[in-house]
Design a binder for this molecule. Structure first.
Ligand code: KIV
Length: 273
């Protein structure tokens, strides 16, 4: 009989069990160096399709591909030991049919993802049910859904009228019923974030939603001050890494130009034979 290696990562059932017990902490990552640093502090790490914007400078997430997501997922898996790894299903990789969604999700699981995330409300319930029944945990995503930027007409806060709020609550309920293990609430009215959190049995992960959510997620570059001046209202900057990097690079440039770097300890001696 084969023995199983000890499971050290946070598991999907453990994330679900956090509801009402403790907050879930999550951030995005797309490379080994960032993943390695943030891993210890997180319950899950998301390879977000926001990678398209923060790492590739693209204007939106729509052209990010499954293959790119797979490569970034594999890198983040190599950089982490603790956090559960959730990979975003890119636009066009799951909307066509449940079998297309399964093929795409299975590819990401093959790259090391523990779960996948997809955008969409009740319309995605069948897909969520299909994936979960076949062993792929799904994190849902409602409210401001960046993959719907063209139908929303921009990155606008959602659920700010009673009718719109009722639709998003119904979406969250449908996804809960379908078996999603959690739901990201992005860019929704604060009262709605809090209401959904109270009314559904799976964890809500807020980003521009409410402090009442069961957990929070941010794009790492945004919270570290690495994504330029313009960030969404819901971002809090926990560091100014751009200044830190600028100062370090300035010092390096000065020392190279002044002939002060490299110093003796950075150089190799000759081997005596
Ligand atoms: O792509 C992304 O980064 C997301 C957010 C929820 C952080 O979907």
């Amino acid at each position: 009989m084969s023995t199983h290696a000890e499971v050290k990562r946070v598991t999907v059932p453990q994330l679900q069990a956090c509801k009402g017990q403790r907050k879930i902490v999550a951030l995005t990552a797309h490379n080994v160096s960032t993943a390695r640093i943030i891993d210890d502090y997180l319950d899950f790490v998301l390879i977000g399709d926001s990678t398209a914007m923060v790492a590739y400078g693209l204007p939106n997430t729509l052209s990010f591909t499954l293959e790119q997501t797979g490569q970034h997922t594999a890198a983040v898996v190599r950089g982490t030991q603790h956090a559960c790894v959730v990979a975003d299903m890119p636009f066009g990789s799951y909307q066509e049919s449940v079998s297309q969604a399964f093929r795409s999700a299975a590819y990401l699981v093959g790259q090391g993802a523990d779960a996948v995330k997809l955008e969409g409300g009740a319309v995605m319930a069948e897909t969520v049910e299909y994936l979960v029944a076949r062993g792929i945990p799904v994190l849902a995503h409602v409210g401001l859904m960046p993959q719907y930027v063209n139908t929303m007409g921009g990155y606008l806060a959602q659920g700010r009228t009673p009718e719109a709020a009722a639709r998003i609550l119904a979406d969250a309920r449908a996804l809960e019923q379908a078996g999603a293990f959690g739901v990201v609430l992005e860019g929704v009215a604060e009262a709605l974030g809090s209401e959904i959190t109270e009314k559904i049995s799976i964890p809500t992960i807020g980003i521009g939603a409410s402090v009442a959510c069961d957990g929070q997620i941010l794009v790492t570059e945004d919270m570290l001050g690495l994504s330029g001046e313009r960030v969404p209202k819901f971002v809090k900057r926990y560091a100014d890494m751009e200044s830190v990097m600028r100062q370090a690079v300035q010092r390096y440039a000065d020392e190279v130009r002044a002939g002060k770097f490299p110093e003796a300890q950075h150089c190799f001696g000759v081997k005596r034979t």
